[in-house]
Design a protein around this ligand. Structure first.
Ligand code: GCU
Length: 643
């Protein structure tokens, strides 16, 4: 068979196509590996299922306040893209006694990974600059038919990553996962992984320079070496479609030189086995009926074992099937109206201090939310770690997830937009199969302006393009009617493009006193569900006094008692996430002997003790959760003659 004739035959075309792809794949891979400047565009999903070696543990660190390892005295970067090996603190040993090397990881201090540096070393509590991390590791021989990746759950804020003295790339954004392919770059022993982490706040950053949370720096989430076959399953989604038909639609995306393969999706408990051929770019789309399934809900958080396989690769996943949609002013979960009994929380463990990083931390925080009577949580103001959503899936908690487009970021800066969009992409890619997540939120308390609304409207469209199956929101602002301050108005062009109208309101704390709540009238001119994304006030746990004395538990409790009925006056009210589950660290909170660096709006103190308001909300949620008493029919009450 001559090559010429093979052009005509389909088989010929396919093998030519495969050949071209192999070549192309080789070229792209070579290109990426030689420059390796950015983290992988599309990381492998479900890291836990791929991990071959955890790189968590004690890492040697060099604290580098002047970024001495990154720029020379002329502020030229050592690792300018033109010198891919560049970088100063790259674990080099003096080659001779006269060789000048002015650092030594081996004898440098250590920090735990995952973990922020601020809560591990008092000297680093306020530290905002660069820390160099180094981890040595060996890997057992890998078969040639596999690929290797280094995966980071997150690093705040900017991470430059080097392996064995060569730059792998950079990632920007403190709360989302990123990976680098390191196939062919690993030694059997003594691999040196060096990461420059810098958490300096930037005006053009996301978030920008001002936040009401602690700017914890470091390798704050799991680091691992992953492995997958040369052609592997990179991404997948299974979505139950709204409607009585109970159809699941989904896709599997293969990655590698040989992606035109059969893909199989199995759900043994439901006798589901679906096989589909992936197209030449490795995408396999499928649809099937979900007969006999128990739908996922907070009351019944049923998860199904799902197996996805394609020649040589296999992924196990746990997925709950549920639908979420709005209908007029209602939010429908599995077709039924639901009231979202929620609480906001930061990704912080108040008892230990520092970022919450482990499954145990997630269970503790979500367990407290359950104790409060919640069926819903707002993970503020940035993507929390993956354990949160996976454990919420298990516990049956609905989630509002958010990107840190917070207060006044640079709306006109294309780089800032790309950064925000990238963080949103990484969040949605990581968590798109989590039943618990029902809302993607684009922003928090962003002053209305044309540039802001254009920025956020574009972000909303991007979110919908990645995931049309969830609700889109943003925490908006309220303003008072200039003629009557008791009239509170929510009017935001962004509400035209979101599925729900959410806003933060602080009547009784930043605006007036709790007694003013009774006078408030709301103007929320949208036929959409309304979610109160924040309300609350500070109280130092254990500080007592009369209900008009700020910072006492009595004041906070009174504020809750007065706020809840005020909000229930909003006819479209379908949920809330009071601010906040537990006290959290903030550099903006400096009132001595009361705040001391803590935002005290928690319902639980930094020592884990519940405040009075905790029980006010718990009682309110118990009432909300109680099945509405069945209204007896007139005939049952003997009011009309029995038929
Ligand atoms: C804001 C903001 C929070 C902040 C809270 C507060 O609304 O969204 O991040 O912590 O108010 O002032 O306590």
């Amino acid at each position: 068979m001559t090559l010429r004739s093979s052009f005509d035959s389909r088989a010929g075309r396919d093998c030519l196509h495969a050949l071209m792809k192999h070549l192309l794949f080789g070229v792209i891979f070579a290109l990426v590996s030689c420059t390796g400047l950015a983290a992988m565009e599309a990381p492998l999903m479900n890291v836990a299922a791929r991990q071959v070696l955890s790189l968590n543990g004690r890492w040697n660190v060099i604290v580098d306040p002047y970024d001495n390892g990154f720029v020379n005295y002329r502020l030229d970067r050592y690792d300018a893209e033109t010198q891919p090996t560049g970088g100063y603190f790259l674990d080099r040993k003096p080659s001779s006694p006269s060789d000048l090397v002015e650092y030594d990881f081996e004898h440098s201090p250590v920090l735990n990974v995952p973990g922020d540096w601020n809560s591990q070393d008092e000297k680093l509590f306020y530290y905002e600059s660069t820390v160099w991390y180094r981890r040595k590791f060996d890997v057992s021989p890998r078969s040639a038919a596999t690929r290797q990746f280094i995966s980071f759950g997150a690093a705040n804020y900017e991470a430059d990553v080097y392996l064995n003295g060569r730059k792998l790339g950079r990632h920007t954004g403190g709360f989302t996962p990123f990976q680098f392919e390191v196939t062919g770059k690993l030694h059997a022993t003594g691999n040196s992984l060096v990461v420059r982490v810098n958490n300096q706040r930037r005006a053009d950053g996301v978030p920008t320079v001002n936040t009401d949370w602690w700017n914890y720096g470091g390798l704050t989430r799991d680091v691992a070496l992953l492995e997958a076959p040369v052609t592997c399953i990179r991404d997948y989604a299974l979505r139950l479609q709204p409607g009585p038909e109970r159809r699941v639609r989904g896709y599997v995306q293969l990655d590698g030189p040989d992606s035109a393969r059969i893909v199989k999706v199995e759900i043994p408990a439901l006798q589901v086995t679906v096989e589909t051929a992936a197209n030449p770019s490795g995408r396999a789309e499928f649809e099937f009926a979900l007969n006999g399934a128990e739908l996922w809900s907070p009351e019944h958080p049923r998860l199904y074992d799902v197996a996805i396989s394609s020649a040589g690769d296999h992924i196990a996943e746990k997925i709950g099937f549920r639908t979420i949609e709005t209908k007029g002013t209602d939010i429908l979960l599995n077709g039924k109206p639901v009231f979202l009994r929620g609480i906001s929380l930061h990704e912080e463990n108040p008892l230990r201090g520092g970022r919450a990083t482990t499954p145990e931390d997630a269970r503790q925080l979500l367990g407290w939310a359950r104790e409060l009577g919640c069926n819903y949580v707002r993970l503020a103001h940035y993507p929390h770690n993956e354990y949160m959503a996976r454990i919420a899936d298990e516990l049956g908690l609905l989630i509002w997830a958010e990107v840190p487009v917070y207060w006044t970021i640079h709306w006109d800066d294309p780089g800032t937009y790309t950064n925000a969009e990238n963080q949103l992409t990484e969040l949605i890619t990581r968590d798109r199969n989590r039943a618990s997540i029902i809302i993607w939120s684009m922003a928090n308390e962003t002053p209305i302006s044309p540039a802001r609304t254009a920025f956020l409207t574009k972000l909303v469209a991007h979110a919908r393009s990645l995931d049309p199956s969830r609700l889109i929101s943003a925490a908006m602002e309220v303003h008072a009617d200039p003629a009557d301050a008791n009239i509170k108005i929510v009017e935001d062009p962004l509400a035209e493009v979101t599925d729900v109208v959410s806003f933060n309101q602080y009547v009784g704390w930043y605006v007036g006193l709790p007694d003013d709540c009774a006078k408030v009238r709301w103007v929320v001119p949208y036929k959409k569900p309304v979610l109160i994304s924040e309300f609350g006030g500070d109280a130092l746990q254990g500080l007592h006094g009369d209900r008009l004395t700020r910072f006492t538990e009595e004041f906070q409790a009174d504020l809750y008692r007065k706020t809840l009925p005020m909000l229930e006056k909003i006819p479209q009210l379908r949920g809330m996430t009071p601010w906040i589950l537990c006290d959290f660290r903030s550099p903006r909170r400096v009132l001595p002997a009361i705040q001391d660096g803590w935002n005290r709006k928690g319902l639980i103190g930094e020592n884990g003790t519940r405040k009075q308001a905790f029980y006010i909300l718990q009682e309110f949620y118990a009432r909300k959760a109680a099945p509405s008493p069945r209204v007896a029919k007139p005939v049952e009450l003997g009011l009309v003659p029995r038929p």
